[in-house]
Design a protein around this ligand. Structure first.
Ligand SMILES: NC(=O)c1ccc[n+]([C@@H]2O[C@H](COP(=O)([O-])OP(=O)(O)OC[C@H]3O[C@@H](n4cnc5c(N)ncnc54)[C@H](O)[C@@H]3O)[C@@H](O)[C@H]2O)c1
Length: 327
């Protein structure tokens, strides 16, 4: 029998711990090393899965086959780069980097090392998103020419680092809008992007020229070279009237299809096919989707998968975000 695939985890706060438990529960690989700059957090996480604690450096260059990164966003690119350069496969939380340049450097490192690189673009893995993809790909709603995408988190982030531009790379756009841009690009099969316009606010005032301030509300329009257009809105702490408003509706020449959160939930989603004033339900909750991207990456790694040129789409995604930020 071949030796089990060994994984190391760097950053086991809220999402890192959640993904570590999902991977451990899959039984696909061995969780061997766990690191977090908070010693108590690392010890508790390691104990939960019978792993050893280590320093972040020891995990990034240590005796593991793959590294799972879930630290504050501004650290991702450097840590992913270091792990790939020392021959590890990497599964990184979104965003992979704060800018296109950072993401590009990581993807190039993965290409050169010929190592699997995955990013937790978790909303691709909803049953509701899969239903949208099937409908759009089947041609049932005709040619998609417009989409409305929203992600309002009425609580906003609960950790200070999210509001520090160096550690976060930005506000609600890089935190939540990234999922909307990714969903649109993925569901429409990588359309060519034309003009991008945006308005970014913090506390109700434009963020332009305000150093050290990240946006808490963003509106963006992404024109497609095909003539289509995408409209995006995302926010933190908006008086949304419920915990969250998350949705994506794609309008085609013969109908529309939507995914939306149910009762303000961050976890429950439905998908519907629209025809005129009528709706047909495609998917309803429950659907345990949170750890799916992480488990899928693990399955691919265990199966021997190496660099996938599809990773270039991570750079394309970052380029659109840069343009929303007008960088
Ligand atoms: N894919 C998704 O849907 C999704 C959902 C939530 C969060 N995220 C992403 O996950 C990342 C983490 O978010 P979170 O809410 O879990 O944050 P968090 O603050 O709860 O966790 C981050 C952890 O990293 C640790 N840490 C900080 N610096 C470190 C370092 N240099 N080395 C090792 N550990 C270090 C902290 O002590 C903390 O435990 C963010 O980038 C966020 O955008 C993704």
């Amino acid at each position: 029998m071949s030796a089990p695939t060994r994984l190391g985890f760097v950053g086991v706060g809220w999402i890192g711990l959640d993904r570590m438990k999902a991977i451990a529960a899959s039984g696909l690989a061995e969780v061997s090393l766990v690191a977090d700059t908070c010693r108590y957090t690392a010890e508790e996480a390691a104990e939960a899965v019978g792993a050893q604690t280590a320093t972040p450096e020891m995990v990034l260059v240590g005796d593991v086959d793959g590294v799972v990164i879930a630290t504050p966003s501004g650290l991702h690119a450097t840590q992913a780069f270091q792990a790939l350069r020392s021959g590890k496969a990497v599964f990184c939380q979104k965003p992979l980097g704060r800018t296109e340049a950072e993401c590009s450097a990581v993807v190039e490192a993965a290409r050169e090392a010929d190592r699997l690189l995955g990013v937790d673009l978790s909303y691709r893995h909803l049953a509701a998103t899969r239903a949208l993809r099937d409908v759009i790909a089947s041609g049932e709603i005709g040619e998609v020419y417009a989409a409305d995408l929203v992600f309002h988190n009425a609580y906003g982030p609960d950790k200070e680092w999210f509001r520090d531009p160096v550690l976060s790379g930005g506000g609600c756009v890089i935190d939540l809008g990234i999922h909307l841009v990714d969903l649109a690009m993925w569901l429409l099969d990588g359309p060519e992007v034309g003009q991008v316009t945006s308005r970014l606010f913090a506390g109700g005032r434009p963020v332009d020229g305000r150093a050290g301030v990240v946006e808490d509300h963003a509106l963006a329009r992404i024109d497609l070279a095909s003539g289509g257009a995408l409209s995006l809105a995302c926010s933190w702490n908006l008086p949304a009237g419920q915990e969250a408003v998350i949705g994506a509706t794609f309008y085609g020449t013969r109908g529309a299809v939507s995914l939306s959160n149910v009762n303000g939930s961050f976890y429950d989603f439905r998908a519907d096919l629209h025809s005129g004033t009528g709706r047909t339900t495609l998917v309803e909750p429950p659907d345990a989707w949170g750890g799916r991207a992480a488990v899928e990456w693990t399955r691919q790694l265990v199966g021997g998968k190496r660099f996938d040129p599809q990773a270039q789409e991570l750079v394309d995604l970052a380029r659109v975000l840069d343009r929303i930020y007008r960088r």
